[in-house]
Design a binder for this molecule. Structure first.
Ligand SMILES: [Zn+2]
Length: 102
C-alpha cells in the first residue's frame, strides 16, 4: 500500500510505501481488561526537490493484542494530504496469523 500527498510549497506529488515505515511502541497501557494496550508510532521525513522539508507522523493503539483499536490522525508538516487518499496504518502481519490457522 502506498500513500500519496503533495508538497505544500510547490504542489509536487509524493508517494511513500507504507511497508517501509518503521513502527515502534512508544507507550504501553497495562491496565486494560484484555491485556496491555500498546501505542505504536512511525514517522517519515524527506526534503522535496524544491527544498521544502516534509514530515508525517503516524500513530495508533493496538488493543487487544494484534488488533488496531484506534488510529491517530497523521501529524504532518510541509505537506498537503489528498482528501481521497488513505493513510498508512499499522499492519500486524496478517499473513502470519493466516499461517497459524492452516
Ligand atoms: Zn516541493
Amino acid at each position: 500500500m502506498t500513500m500519496k500527498f503533495k508538497c505544500e510549497a510547490c504542489g509536487k506529488e509524493h508517494e511513500i510505501f507504507c511497508a517501509e515505515l518503521d513502527w515502534e511502541v512508544d507507550e504501553n497501557d497495562p491496565e486494560r481488561e484484555m491485556g496491555t494496550a500498546s501505542h505504536h508510532t512511525a514517522s517519515w521525513e524527506d526534503t522535496c526537490e524544491c527544498g521544502n522539508d516534509m514530515s508525517i507522523a503516524f500513530g495508533g493503539w493496538e488493543y487487544p493484542s494484534g488488533v488496531l483499536e484506534d488510529e491517530d490522525d497523521p501529524v504532518t508538516q510541509g505537506i498537503k494530504l489528498l482528501p481521497d487518499e488513505g493513510t498508512c496504518c499499522i499492519s500486524f502481519e496478517e499473513e502470519d496469523n493466516e499461517e497459524e490457522l492452516i
